[in-house]
Design a protein around this ligand. Structure first.
Ligand code: ZN
Length: 104
């Protein structure tokens, strides 16, 4: 493990928030995580991917609606087309769980 400038860190878990439109394949991300993090501070840590749905704003319902079909950008209630995407392009780190070893 590579130690950082902040002492010997052990990262237990990394949580990612990934939108359905982020262009990220969850399975591929999980599959390559161990290889990509080998010999880094993240080696041995667990990757948790939280997928978030696409939310559209419908100008007819005047509400945000969860998209049920990614092939059709329409309000699931009134079927009005909408390109006003309020959520679903996210790709961000939600949290990182770390143990810091006390220096001796
Ligand atoms: Zn609607």
């Amino acid at each position: 493990m590579v130690s950082s400038d902040y002492g010997a860190l052990k990262v237990h878990e990394v949580r990612l928030r990934v939108g359905a439109l982020a262009g990220v394949a969850k399975d591929a991300l999980l599959f390559c995580y161990d290889i990509a993090t080998a010999d880094t501070t993240l080696a041995g840590s667990k990757l948790v991917v939280n997928e978030v749905p696409v939310i559209l704003y419908c100008s007819v319902c005047r509400e945000e609606k969860e998209l049920t079909d990614l092939q059709r950008f329409r309000c699931p209630v009134c079927d009005t087309p909408s390109g006003d995407i309020r959520q679903g392009r996210d790709l961000e780190i939600e949290s990182i769980l770390i143990d810091e070893y006390a220096s001796t």
